[in-house]
Design a protein around this ligand. Structure first.
Ligand code: HEC
Length: 171
């Protein structure tokens, strides 16, 4: 009895010692213990990529940025800050192209109407730093946005104040 007890006690001590070594030796090596490690906690890389895909959304979030930047273009032209208008226009292109990376079915119309369509003429209009040419470019840009919304069957997007912003001389 006594020897069985002491064997068990000895085993307990060894197990406890091993456990404490494990805890001390690998303090940060259990990422699945932290609730905030939303990617590291996933069982494998396929599951991680799925989480990333979901988190990075579809076409709506890039379009939200595009809308913000388009409004900034209007303000930049009002301020006659043509460099800023051109800057936002370039970022809009990046954002749309990154957007169809995620939603390939949007690419055909985006390329036809925007990337290979109005993009360069609008950029040239802003870069001209000529007030009338820049506002003409703004109108061309706006028409292009709206055409793509029609083509993509989201025409309701066009019915909002952002697309009613007109060049000052037309107010
Ligand atoms: C592929 C053609 C295409 C082009 C070019 C395009 N859009 Fe869009 N836009 C869409 C689609 C499709 C949606 C709806 C997104 C969705 O269904 O998730 C959208 C949605 C939007 C939204 C609503 C986003 C939100 O969720 O708040 C805004 C604002 C917008 N677009 C602005 C613009 C502006 C400004 C331009 C021009 C500089 C532009 N878009 C050019 C296709 C386009």
């Amino acid at each position: 009895m006594a020897s069985r007890f002491s064997r068990a006690t000895a085993f307990g001590f060894v197990a406890a010692a091993l456990l404490s070594v494990a805890v001390v030796a690998e303090p940060g090596d259990a990422p699945d213990r932290k609730p905030d490690d939303w990617l590291l906690n996933a069982p494998d890389d396929a599951a991680r990529f799925k989480l990333l895909q979901r988190y990075l959304r579809g076409f709506d979030q890039p379009m939200w940025e595009v809308g913000e930047r388009f409004e900034s273009i209007y303000d930049a032209l009002t301020d006659e800050n043509y460099e800023l208008a051109a800057y936002h226009w370039e970022k809009i292109r990046t954002t749309i192209v990154n957007g169809y990376l995620k939603r390939p079915k949007r690419q055909a119309n985006a390329d036809a109407l925007f990337v290979n369509g109005a993009y360069q003429p609008v950029l040239d209009g802003f870069r001209s730093k000529d007030r009338d040419k820049a506002w003409d470019a703004f109108e061309l840009a706006r028409n292009t946005c709206q055409s793509c919304h029609e083509a993509e069957k989201v025409g309701f997007i066009n019915n909002q104040p952002l697309f009613r912003k007109a060049p000052p001389q037309q107010k």
